[in-house]
Design a protein around this ligand. Structure first.
Ligand code: SAM
Length: 260
């Protein structure tokens, strides 16, 4: 075409690129809402509720994508302030650091854009870091909390990611993982299989124009270790008090543990 990408001025180009990311992210978010019937929001709330965020904490959200979990943690910390204004001093609030780590810079860019929309563009409590769950750039014993939501299923070596989670957490630090898991309830399992294999790829094609990715998603869920097996992998990484909670009969599970 005569309107080649080359000819677009730098400034306009970055605007175009920005729009592409926005489109990717918005179809990503719409898909999450459609596939889960909006439930992923409740699941993330539950995850953050279990974390019990506090002012001044150092937290790492791995595979943080567009900041969905991080913003919830941020809101929880800052609403703790609203609830107990007298008890939380401004200084410790400002020491709060929530690191969002993701391997995909495009996702992080969308997250940063979201932060700006929330008036948090240069907020010092939110730190965006490109990085791999299997080889984190953070110091040993540096984090009070570690979360990973719908992310660990995608890493190549789950054991490595768990070992890294253990390494970066302080003693007493909390590990929390939200992931699509396994349904074992008869009949519900059949319905869920039907939904996964028949409906999800079609939704992916219809809404995101991407059947394959959503077919892959369904297959990766099947390959992911069942709740008990994953719990023992977490224990093998050195964690204590390993527990899990099934939500919607195991469609998702939240695994939690502590580094003692
Ligand atoms: N946590 C977000 C949420 O719940 O909405 C995003 C989940 S998204 C399904 C999975 C994310 O994991 C993607 O943003 C992807 O870039 C990231 N990811 C995949 N492999 C990773 C790795 N090895 N290390 C860090 N992030 C990874």
């Amino acid at each position: 075409t005569s309107f080649g990408f080359q000819e677009v001025k730098e400034e306009e180009k970055s605007k175009l690129v920005g729009n592409v990311f926005t489109n990717v992210a918005s179809s990503y978010d719409i898909m999450n809402d459609v596939m889960s019937g909006g439930l992923h929001r409740l699941w993330k709330e539950r995850l953050v509720g279990k974390l019990s965020p506090f002012a001044g904490m150092k937290h790492l959200d791995v595979a943080g994508g567009t900041g969905d979990v991080a913003f919830r943690i941020y809101d929880a910390v800052y609403s703790v302030k609203r609830r107990a204004l007298q008890k939380v001093d401004e200084a410790s609030l400002e020491e709060t650091q929530i690191y969002v780590c993701d391997i995909n810079p495009n996702m992080l860019n969308v997250g940063k854009q979201r932060a700006a929309e929330r008036g948090l563009r240069d907020n010092k409590s939110l730190v965006w870091v490109e990085g791999d769950a299997e080889a984190l750039s953070f110091d040993d014993n540096s984090m009070d909390g570690y979360t990973i939501a719908f992310g660990i299923r995608n890493v190549t070596h789950i054991e490595k990611a768990l070992a890294e989670a253990y390494r970066v957490l302080k003693r007493g630090g909390r590990f929390l993982c939200l992931e699509l898991s396994h349904v074992e309830i008869p009949v519900f399992k059949n319905l869920y299989d039907l939904y996964s294999f028949q409906v999800i790829p079609n939704l992916g094609e219809l809404i995101a124009g991407d059947r394959e990715s959503y077919q892959y998603l369904v297959e990766s869920v099947r390959r992911f270790p069942p709740q008990e097996r994953f719990a023992s992998m977490i224990a093998d990484a050195g964690f204590e008090k390993v527990e899990y909670e099934n939500l919607v009969g195991g469609v998702v599970a939240i695994h939690s543990a502590i580094k003692l």
